[in-house]
Ligand binder design. Structure first.
Ligand code: APR
Length: 308
């Protein structure tokens, strides 16, 4: 790839840019933020690690969108964290405004790009980016399931004292506490986890994964998770940049799949150079169908509040 842009040079955005450079996924990474000096300083600092880390990727920081021109992938991490006194709805409206504004500025510069959204509330922000860009749904994708499953996979590996590499998991639904884990599709080298861990213990690990974001916030106090979120976003970047045809849970705009319409929600997809190349429809149990519908209804209710 020639150019990948990351918007938002905060914890998630800067770490994502660093991972993209260290994985040599593009000739140039552009980091954009509204704060004067922050993207420039972080980008230069990162670029100065190139001789040590041995990457040839140029890392450029900017407050302007001209620099992003022609990017093939755009990762949106711009947004605010919830401040004291702010309700969830306040945050929703504030971040919707930010994501709309950055998308409206970047989309004309990068008309052929694939957008990956990381800003929260994730599923709603991905909808905002799709509307503001006017891109087809295969080119606007939300990062949630990769992170939710990464957390679940780590907890399973710790529980069983086995390598994380041998753990597979799948989740559906909205990000975080409304995620719908598909326990019967979670395996250790193909062995269903239900054969290795008690149902009660699996429930506890699922709960921990659902609340994985809060667990980190409670430790950090002044910010939220960014190592695992940036790694997860970059796994999606890599699948697209290298035409990986990876099957990953991502937030996508459903139009009839899973009997859901006009809403972003997490489902398994095939990710390759065209973005979403296929939406995989699984047969769900009644309980899973109900949970997914509820998750989608929550996202739709939030979208309705935006009056887009
Ligand atoms: N244009 C560009 N950048 C912006 C804008 C804007 N209009 N508004 C805010 N930003 C930038 C901020 O200046 C800040 O540098 O977005 C960055 C956000 O960084 P952090 O506050 O460090 O937040 P971070 O932890 O990176 O999380 C970013 O990802 O995981 C989600 O919930 C998280 O929505 C949040 C987002």
């Amino acid at each position: 790839m020639k150019k990948i842009t990351v918007i938002g040079a905060g914890n998630v955005g800067a770490t994502a840019a660093q991972r993209i450079a260290e994985k040599r996924l593009a000739e140039k990474v552009v980091l954009v933020d509204i704060l004067d000096g922050i993207p420039q300083g972080k980008a230069l600092d990162m670029w100065e690690s190139a001789p040590v880390e041995m990457f040839d990727t140029a890392v450029i920081g900017s407050n302007h969108y001209e620099e992003t021109e022609g990017s093939e992938i755009v990762v949106i991490t711009a947004g605010l964290a919830r401040k004291p006194g702010m309700t969830r709805d306040d945050l929703l409206l504030a971040n919707a405004k930010i994501v709309k504004s950055v998308t409206e500025q970047v989309a004309p510069q990068c008309p052929d790009s694939i957008i990956i959204v990381v800003s929260n509330p994730l599923d709603v922000m991905t909808y905002v980016a799709m509307k503001a860009s006017g891109f087809d749904r295969n080119r606007v994708i939300g990062m949630a399931g990769v992170l939710d499953t990464a957390r679940f996979r780590l907890f399973l590996a710790q529980e069983l004292d086995v390598s994380v590499r041998d753990i597979q998991a799948m989740v559906l639904g909205g990000h975080g506490d409304s995620m719908v884990p598909l326990v019967r599709y979670s395996t250790v080298s193909g062995i269903p986890i239900s054969e290795l861990i008690s149902a009660k213990r699996i429930d506890e690990l699922v709960d921990r994964a659902k609340n994985g974001g809060i667990e980190i916030v409670n430790y950090l106090k002044t910010g939220s998770a960014f190592y695992a979120p940036s790694a997860s976003a970059v796994e999606m970047v890599e699948a697209i940049a290298r035409n990986g045809k990876r099957i990953l849970p991502c937030s996508v705009f459903l139009q009839g799949e899973y009997k859901l319409n006009d809403v972003f929600v997490g489902v398994p997809v095939k990710l390759g150079s065209n973005g979403i190349e296929e939406i995989i429809e699984l047969n769900l149990t009644d309980q899973e169908t109900f949970a997914l519908k509820k998750s989608a209804d929550d996202v739709a209710a939030q979208i309705a509040k935006l009056h887009l």
